[in-house]
Design a protein around this ligand. Sequence first.
Ligand SMILES: Nc1nc2c(c(=O)[nH]1)N[C@H]1C(S)=C(S)[C@@H](COP(=O)(O)O)O[C@H]1N2
Ligand SMILES: [Mo]
Length: 425
Amino acid sequence: MLPSRTPTGHHDEADYDQRRLRQWLAGEARADGVTRRRLLSLLAATAAGTALGTARPAHAADTPIVKPLPPEWFIPRGTNAETRWEALRGTGHHTPNELFFVRNHTTTPVLDADEWRLRLWGSGLRGTPGEDRPVEFGYDDLRALPAVTRTAFVECAGNGRSFYTSQQGQTVTGTAWTLGAIGVARWRGVRLGDVLRKAGLSRNAVDVQPRGLDAEFVSGGESLGRVRRPLPLAKALDDVLLAYEMNGEPLPYDHGYPVRVLVPSWIGIASIKWVGDIEVSAQPLFSPWNTAFYRLFGSAYPEGGSAPLTRQTVKSAFELASGATFAAGERHVLHGRSWSGAGAVARVDVSTDGGVNWRPARLHDRPRAATWTRWSLGWRPDVPGATHLLARATDTAGRTQPDVAVPNTQGYLFDAVVRHPVSVV
Ligand SMILES: Nc1nc2c(c(=O)[nH]1)N[C@H]1C(S)=C(S)[C@@H](COP(=O)(O)O)O[C@H]1N2
Ligand SMILES: [Mo]
C-alpha cells in the first residue's frame, strides 16, 4: 500500500514548518498573546522540571474525567487515564468508548449541544470576520452537512514516554505513559474543509487554529489560555474531520462532546476536543502547543527545537499485562497491535527470547494507514524463568522500530522496540 500523494506529503509539511519556525525565531510571527521571551522561560522551566511528573493545574476538579475508570481497564495518571493493554484483548479493531484513554489538560467540561456554537473568524476568511463577529455554525448545522466516517487512532505524542527512563535511563518531563495512550475509533462527522469553505475561506489563508472550550491551562502559575494548536491549511483541507460521533455513539463527554477535531495520523494534541472556535489566518499562527510544547528539544535538535510535531511514529504493543505469566510446555498465542503515523503496518516481527531470535507475526487486519494492524504469534515456552517479549513493526513508508529512540527533553515520539517482561512458570 503506497502512501497517498496529497499536498500534505512529508516534504511540504516539513518545508512549511521550517518556514514558520524561522519566522517565529526571527520574532516576526504573532504568538497569540504569549511573548516569545515568556515561552523561552517556560521552556527552560519545563526542561528543568521534575522527571515524569505533570504539573496539575490549580483549579482542576477532583474528578477531571466523567466516565468510570475501573482499575482493571485504566491506570490513573492525574487528569488523564491510560488504557491497560491487557484490557484490549479481544476488543476488536475499534477501541470501545468506555476503554478509550483520556488526556485532559484540565477537566472534562459537560457541554450542551443545543447551546454549542462553532465560531470561525480571522484574516484567512473573506471579509475578515473578527473574533467578536464570527461566522457561526450550530450542532444541527453541522449535522445537516454531508457526513463522512473514518477509522483513525488518537495517540498522545508522549505515548511510551516512560520507556525513555526505564529502558534508556534518560530523564524526561511529562506524564509517565507506558503504551496505553492510544485508541482507535470509527469517527463520524463533517470535513473541516467543507466548513471552512462554507465560512468563506480566502485564498490567502495558511493556518487554522481550533481552540477548546475547556478551562484555561495553567502552567508554572501562569495561564497559557485555552488549549489550541495551529494546523497548516494543507492538512486541514486534506483529511481532517469535525467529529460528532465515536463508534456509532454521540461523542462521550471526555472525548470532546459535542464536537472535536480529528486529525488522522498526527499526534493527539492536534485533535482538539470540545472545539468552540477556529481562527483562520493569512499569517502563520503560534501557541504554546506548537512552540514550547510538542517540538523536540535536546542535544540532537536545533536550539529552538525541531519543527512542530505532526505525524506519529511507529509502535507495537502486546495485549498483555506487564509481568504476565505463561505455563511452560504449553502452547500459547501472543496477541498485539502495531501502528504508524506515516503509513500502514504490513510487517511485524516478534521475539520471545529477549531479542535473539525473531519470527514474523500473522496479521489479522488488512494494513491501513491511520490505524493499527492486529497480529498474533504462537509460542510454546519450555524453560521456566523470566524473559522479554519484543515486537518490531515496519510501516509502508519504510520505517522500522529501532532498538533505541533518540531522546528529547519532553519525551515525545518514543518509537523503539519495547521489552515486555513476562515469566514462564
Ligand atoms: N480542548 C482540548 N483538546 C485536547 C486536549 C485537551 O486537554 N483539551 N488534549 C489533547 C491531547 S494532548 C490528546 S493526546 C488528545 C486525547 O484525546 P482523548 O482524551 O479523546 O483520548 O486530545 C487532545 N485534545
Ligand atoms: Mo497528548
